[in-house]
Design a protein around this ligand. Sequence first.
Ligand code: NAD
Length: 284
Amino acid sequence: MVAKIIDGHAVARQVRDECRELTKALATRGVVPGLAVIMVGDNAASKVYVANKTKACSEVGLKSTVYSFDADTPGSVVEAEIRRLNEDPQVHGILVQLPLPAHFDARRVLGAISSDKDVDGFHLYNVGALVQGETVFPPCTPYGVQKMLEHEGIAVEGQNVVVVGASNIVGKPMALMLMQKDATVCICHAKTRDLAQFTILADILVVAAGRPNLIVPQMVRTGAVVIDVGINRLPDGRLVGDVDFEGVRQKASYITPVPGGVGPMTVTMLVYNTVQSAQRHSLH
Ligand code: NAD
C-alpha cells in the first residue's frame, strides 16, 4: 500500500476561499473582519510567524494590525492595550504571539483577552469550553488537522486515534476535539513507555512531538492515517516532520508531508476563526 498524500496547501486554499466568500458577504453589511496581533520583544521566529499571519489575512480581505512592544514593557501596559482592543468593535480577534519574554506571566496576559475575541483559543474559558465540546474557537493547529480529515472524508467516529504529544497548543486540544467526534483516543508523551505498543493500534495517528524520525514504519499499522504535525530543522537545513515519511508512506493509507501538510492549515484556521468571530459579532 502506498499512502495518498494529503496536500495541506490545497485544503488550505479551499478553506481560504470559503473565508473570502464570507468576508465579501460581511462587506455588504459594512463589516471588515479585524485581527489584532500583539507582539512583545524581538524574537526572529515570531516575526516570521506574525508576517505569515498578516499576509494570510490580507489575502482574504481581513484587516490585521500588529501592536509591537519592546521586550522590557511592563505586563500591565500590554494588558491595558488588550483591554482597549476588547472594547474596539472593529476588532473581532486578538492574539498574543508566544513566547512572551521571560518576565511576563503568559497566562495572565492571555487571560486579559476577551473570551469572545480569543481566536487562538488559549484563554482558560475557551479551554474549558473545548473540554465541554462547546468552544467557538478551536485552537488553530488541531482545528486544521480536523479540517484535513473532513476534507478527505476520513471518518473519526469509533476509530482508534493515538496522539503523540500532549502540549496545550497541539496534543491536548487535538485529543479533546477527536474525542468530541466519538473517536477512542489515547495520548502519548515523552514519558510513555514503549511508544510503539500504542501507535501500532492507531487507525489515525497524529504526531506532534518535535522529534525527527520518531515514527518509523514498524510502529504504524498497515492502512493507518498518519498526520505529521512536527516541524524540525535538521543540521543540514532540511525541514522534516516527526515521521519517517518515505518509510511510513509505504504502509499508511493517508499521510501528510512536511512541509506542505499541517503547516499551511494552522494560519488558515486563524483566518477562519477570525471571520467566524466577525460573523458572530455582526449578528449581535
Ligand atoms: P511541545 O514541545 O510543547 O510538546 C511536545 C510534546 O511531545 C510533549 O507532550 C512531549 O512530552 C512529547 N514528546 C517529546 N518527545 C517525545 C517522544 N520521544 N515520544 C513521545 N512523546 C514525546 O511542542 P508543541 O508546541 O506541541 O509542538 C510539537 C511539534 O509540532 C513541534 O515540532 C512544533 O514545531 C510542531 N508544530 C507545528 C505546527 C504546525 O502548524 N504544523 C504548529 C504547532 C507546533
